[in-house]
Design a protein around this ligand. Structure first.
Ligand SMILES: C[S@@+](CC[C@H](N)C(=O)[O-])C[C@H]1O[C@@H](n2cnc3c(N)ncnc32)[C@H](O)[C@@H]1O
Length: 301
């Protein structure tokens, strides 16, 4: 394959040219400031109560299952209240679930369910949560969740719907398995908002066009989430756009795989050889700026 870098250029040393495995990629992203920030916001938006059942749709290698398990057991960091089967007082206590003798019943320990269609992801998630009794992980598809109607209180998807064949069907499935009044929190990027600064705007446009046309199946899912969730029967009280600005090319490369994506864009005819080299050489040496908007959407069943 034609090289996108010349041996003497800064681009030949700045970019990661070999892709990490998918588990390593997801772990690495989750450990960045950006990963911690948006995942924390999604967890807050989920508003998990002690004792609830929470579903992570497309859980990958179990990236978020530990934090969800902490939340349902009340050992997480955020302010959590308890939810049982009866009515809730303003203080969050469960009055109707008290026994006739007046003593509080044993609390449900809560449950966390991960679902993913990738066997390696499921095996990894199971290994990582082996010591947690509240967590189970199923091999399954978002279009046909292996769960009963109305069986979960909370559900989340984190960068999953951008990849699936039928996002509305996946959302209908999430609606089916949530109890009435249950909450779904969606976190998905909108790749059409990807901007990478370069003096030649045409190169920037070509890069984003390649990503939206050829790399990500549902590249504009971020902006579509409120409409698609409404189609699936949800009400959508909250939409939060999060737009990180990457000023460090190395940090951006770890998320975007700039050289590898450019190499594939070149092979697909979105860049010329000269264009690809000018593109990467400038990104590697000039002041760098890239941004992409990620939407966090709260949907109520
Ligand atoms: C970008 S990863 C995100 C994983 C995890 N949510 C995280 O934040 O680390 C997307 C995940 O969605 C899963 N996925 C994609 N399509 C799916 C489908 N149709 N059914 C179930 N899982 C799916 C993939 O296997 C992958 O683990």
């Amino acid at each position: 394959m034609t090289s996108t870098t010349s041996p003497a250029s800064p681009a030949s040393i700045v970019f990661e040219t070999v892709a990490p495995g998918s588990v390593a990629y997801l772990d690495r992203l989750a450990a960045t400031d950006l990963g911690r920030l948006y995942k924390g916001r999604m967890l807050d938006a989920l508003d998990v109560r002690t004792g609830q059942t929470v579903l992570d749709i497309g859980c990958g290698p179990g990236t978020d299952l530990g934090a969800l398990a902490d939340a349902v057991s009340g050992t997480g960091t955020g302010p959590r209240t308890t939810e049982g089967t009866g009515s809730r007082t303003a203080a969050g206590t469960d009055t109707a679930a008290r026994t006739a003798s007046g003593s509080a019943p044993a609390r449900s320990p809560g449950a966390v369910i991960g679902v993913d269609h990738d066997q390696v992801a499921v095996d990894t998630a199971r290994e990582r949560t082996a010591g947690r009794d509240t967590v189970t992980v199923h091999l399954g598809d978002v279009h046909e969740l292996p769960l009963a109607d109305g069986s979960v209180d909370r559900a989340r998807t984190d960068r999953v719907l951008q990849h699936v064949a039928d996002p509305v069907r996946a959302l209908c499935e999430a609606h089916r398995v949530l109890r009435p009044g249950g909450r779904l929190v969606l976190g998905e990027p909108d790749w059409d908002t990807l901007t990478v600064d370069h003096p030649d705007e045409e190169l920037s446009r070509a890069y984003t066009r390649y990503v939206t046309d050829e790399v990500i199946r549902n590249a504009r899912i971020g902006r579509q989430l409120p409409r698609l969730a409404a189609e699936a029967g949800f009400t959508v009280p909250t939409v939060v756009p999060v737009t990180p600005a990457f000023r460090d090319v190395g940090a951006a490369d770890k998320v975007l795989g700039l050289e590898r994506t450019t190499r594939r864009a070149l092979a697909a005819g979105y860049f010329t050889v000269g264009g690809a080299r000018r593109w990467l050489d400038h990104l590697a040496s000039g002041p760098f700026l890239a941004a992409v908007t990620f939407y966090i959407v709260v949907a109520q069943a």
